[in-house]
Design a protein around this ligand. Sequence first.
Ligand SMILES: NC(=O)c1ccc[n+]([C@@H]2O[C@H](COP(=O)([O-])OP(=O)(O)OC[C@H]3O[C@@H](n4cnc5c(N)ncnc54)[C@H](OP(=O)(O)O)[C@@H]3O)[C@@H](O)[C@H]2O)c1
Length: 251
Amino acid sequence: MNVFIAGGTSGIGYSLAMHYLSKGYHVGVCGRDLKKLPKTNFTNLEAFELDVSDFNLLFSAVNSFLNSNKTLDIFINCTGSYAEDVASQISYEEASQMLSTNILGTSNCFEVARMLMKNQTSGQIAVIASVSGLLDYENSSLYTKTKRAVFQIASAYRRALKPFGITVTTIAPGYIDTLKLRSLNNNDLSKKPFLIDLDSATKIISQAIENKKEQVIFPAKMKWLMLFLAFLPSSLLNIIMFKKAKWMKTN
Ligand SMILES: NC(=O)c1ccc[n+]([C@@H]2O[C@H](COP(=O)([O-])OP(=O)(O)OC[C@H]3O[C@@H](n4cnc5c(N)ncnc54)[C@H](OP(=O)(O)O)[C@@H]3O)[C@@H](O)[C@H]2O)c1
């Protein structure tokens, strides 16, 4: 099996890469800085340094990973740019990074996978969205709005690719204990509700991919909380989510 993981050099993507490598799969990963990628003894791992917002670089990396003739069985997009931007301002550079990785990069990943899978009549594309993207309210963060877009992009590709035997899985996690989440929170995740560890998340994500699920929202408690909140009017969500974000910022 050939699995390409965009954003497979750290966090969730790296953990998924280790999962597939240990099963003996041929795995390709990419990220903007390969120095992040821990050293491994796996010989079935290939790494590419690129930004997913550059379509041509991504396309040629995945092509080179497939050596122009192998099947692309699974493409997982784990890239993502996030910041704590509900109760505070983010810079223009952070906003621009979020738009280009979460929206343009997501579209590029789907396009590259679509182009390489379309003549196979098989293949699976998975993308990491976020539970926050389940909520629609006026003052939601830019991150939340971009993750809502990820749900819609995935849904459009699912509809379009179904006749070609290609399936699309949208992953919507709550808080997962990654170094990135820790670095954004001064290494203190005590206020992150229903936090889960990386190994458990990897198991849930890989099983959803294996079972070709359309969507997985986890952990269960977070799923039910989000589905409840999604019923509330936007004006009420504006207040609740702002207060929650403020509380998370106070010590
Ligand atoms: N951790 C959580 O609690 C949580 C919850 C819900 C959703 N998510 C989502 O899960 C995904 C992974 O999160 P994580 O916590 O594992 O973060 P992470 O450790 O920062 O992983 C992100 C990966 O994507 C790569 N990447 C980021 N921007 C890129 C770009 N423009 N081009 C190419 N590679 C890029 C990163 O490497 P480089 O920086 O070197 O490029 C890294 O390999 C994100 O989409 C995030 O929004 C995370």
